[in-house]
Unconditional design. Structure first.
Lengths: 278, 318
């Protein structure tokens, strides 16, 4: 059974790559078209938009989640009261689906009845908060939605890392007269390297997978302003009947993931080996 | 597995604020130095934490109150205002008569579909993952290195890369878009992470246990069922949490492989939100969203620290 599954994994990947090298439209064809599909892919405006969107989303989301998650973890780690409550609150959104997340934030961002309208009702007549209906800003609505969903994850991972740091270090630093922010920046942050690595890999994977939240929130719109690679692939596979192009996009996605994830995994396994663990 | 230990039983710390600096001796005398609540630094800490908590809770609050407002109040546009007139009609409507395109049978259809998908997927994927993990840890498996490498790869590969071939494979055996199809798909995509989680757990058990059982004449299955399963109940719970939330929240796979008759709750929710004709009934939409989130939220609040443990186990793939 296990072997069958593995063969299915490898076979489907190879199959996808094979289709991407053919002229397939609605059904797979066995001819060879060389790199035609890839040329078409990279000259398509939609794909370019999708790639730019993923990059923007990935940049703002990963940096945002790491910063927010780190701050949450550090502040929770200050021996605060009700620590358990704060932890629970910061993590609950991670348990619900991206579809639900998209629906909630779509409602909050709704220009006619959402936050913008409330601000105006409260007397700020000229308040403008219609990002979700603006081509340039809609992608940031998705960033906020997914940040809300996943920052708690970073918090949980980093908090575990923080709890593993020897408290004696802070004592030593305090004797040296080092201020607390400096202690966190120069002593704690480097020690959290592996935890940051884990968090970054997990966040990067969710950047590549981004689909549900977009579909629920903007469905790629306005226009194709929030198109992402997975949506491009899904549309070409099941609506536009262009499986050759979709497969070329999938293969590109695969290569991108390998390029991003492989160095991170390699660095992690080296760090582990250096620490003397298998 | 040390994440929980570190998060729960935190080491006792000699954390002192600047105020204690002048009299370090006092700490050795007083039983437990407590943090004073009102220094500027402490206030800053609480201010930050409470603002962050508001950011996380606000959407839930808005969703909750919107779902119990009549549409006439929603049209006024005060999404943060508490309802003047509380109504539970949107909940009833969302459950049993909200429209997904042409059909108006509510999101309950999706709930039962998700349940029918979830249970067999859970059993299969967890069973398979634990057997794989057990075999890989204790038994000599041919090409175990390759097996593991491909599994690691499988944990990271984006679904779209494998979608089309999988569609064709299931179509070839006449299973495409059925409950067995989506169950097998969840088992297939769940296998890497489940195997890794179980393998990591079994690798942390003392190998002498296994050796003793072998000397006593236990075979592959006997050792698995009588020794390994009872020993690994904690990791079964973790796997259960991971898979329940993962499968329940899945959208993409359900959309493709479940078929129109068996759309899971997330897909139904998206259809309800996007295909209502005429005026959008936001209160019903919010009630439907809350209903869809009930199962994972319940798992989260009931399992508590186990959920975090699940995250830690799920993070092993990093």
């Amino acid at each position: 059974m296990g072997a069958t599954v593995l063969i299915a994994y490898v076979a489907s990947i190879l199959w996808t790559v094979r289709i991407s090298l053919s002229n397939s439209k609605m059904l797979p064809r066995a001819d060879w078209a060389g790199m035609t599909q890839y040329v078409n892919l990279f000259s398509s405006d939609r794909w370019t938009t999708a790639m730019i969107n993923t990059s923007l989303f990935g940049l703002f989301f990963i940096v945002g989640a790491l910063v927010l998650g780190f701050l949450l973890a550090v502040f929770i780690d200050q021996k605060v009261r009700l620590e358990g409550v704060f932890r629970t609150v910061f993590l609950y959104s991670f348990s619900i689906s991206f579809v639900a997340c998209g629906v909630i934030w779509q409602w909050m961002f709704n220009p006619a009845l959402g936050i913008q309208r409330s601000l105006r009702n409260w007397g700020w007549e000229s308040a403008r908060f219609d990002w979700i209906a603006t081509q340039d800003m809609a992608i940031y609505c998705i960033v906020i939605c997914v940040l809300w969903h996943s920052s708690g994850l970073v918090m949980a991972i980093l908090l575990a890392g923080l709890r593993g740091i020897d408290e004696e270090l802070w004592k030593a630093a305090r004797i040296e007269g080092i201020p607390r922010w400096r202690y966190y920046l120069s002593i704690v942050l480097p020690q959290l390297g592996p935890a940051f690595g884990t968090a970054t890999v997990l966040l990067a994977v969710s950047v590549v997978k981004l689909y549900d939240a977009v579909v629920a929130m903007t469905n790629g719109g306005p226009g194709d302003a929030t198109d992402v690679p997975t949506k491009f692939i899904m549309d070409n596979l099941f609506e536009r009947q262009n499986i050759g192009l979709a497969s070329a996009a999938s293969a590109t996605m695969l290569v991108t993931v390998v390029i991003i994830v492989a160095p991170l995994l390699y660095a992690r396994s080296r760090a582990k080996a250096a620490a003397g663990r298998p | 597995m040390s994440l929980i230990g570190q998060m729960r039983g935190r080491p006792k710390r000699e954390y002192r604020s600047a105020q204690h600096e002048g009299s370090p001796m006092r700490n050795t005398l007083s039983p437990r130095p407590r943090q004073p609540l009102f220094t500027p630094a402490r206030l800053g800490v609480y201010f930050f934490l409470i603002s962050a908590a508001l950011f996380f809770l606000l959407p839930l609050y808005v969703m909750g109150i919107t779902s119990i407002k009549p549409m006439s109040e929603i049209r006024l546009g005060n999404i943060f205002a508490f309802p003047v007139e509380v109504t539970f009609e949107p909940w009833a409507k969302a459950w049993s008569s909200a429209c997904t395109g042409l059909e108006c049978r509510g999101i309950s259809v999706g709930f039962w579909n998700s349940t029918r998908i979830l249970i067999p997927s859970l059993v299969l994927s967890i069973l398979l993952g634990s057997i794989n993990g057990y075999a890989l840890t204790y038994w000599r498996v041919k090409w175990a290195g390759w097996f593991f490498g491909i599994l690691m790869l499988g944990a990271f590969i984006p679904y779209p890369v494998m979608l089309y071939p999988l569609v064709r494979m299931f179509a070839a055996v006449n299973l495409f878009q059925s409950i067995p199809n989506i169950v097998l798909i969840h088992t297939f995509f769940g296998m890497p992470i489940m195997t890794l989680v179980f393998r990591n757990y079994y690798a942390s058990l003392p190998v002498e246990l296994f050796k003793a059982a072998r000397i006593d004449g236990g075979g592959f299955w006997r050792i698995y069922f009588q020794l390994m399963v009872p020993m690994s109940l904690p990791i079964f719970v973790v796997a259960l949490i991971l898979q329940t939330t993962g499968i329940w929240n899945d959208f993409l796979l359900g959309l493709i492989f479940a078929g129109r008759e068996n759309y899971p709750m997330t897909v139904q929710l998206n259809n309800i939100i996007n295909s209502t004709q005429g005026e959008k009934v936001y209160n019903v939409n919010m009630a439907a969203t809350l209903l869809t989130s009930m199962v994972p939220l319940a798992v989260y609040f009931i399992s508590g620290r186990w959920f975090v443990r699940g995250i830690a186990a799920g993070a092993v793939k990093g």
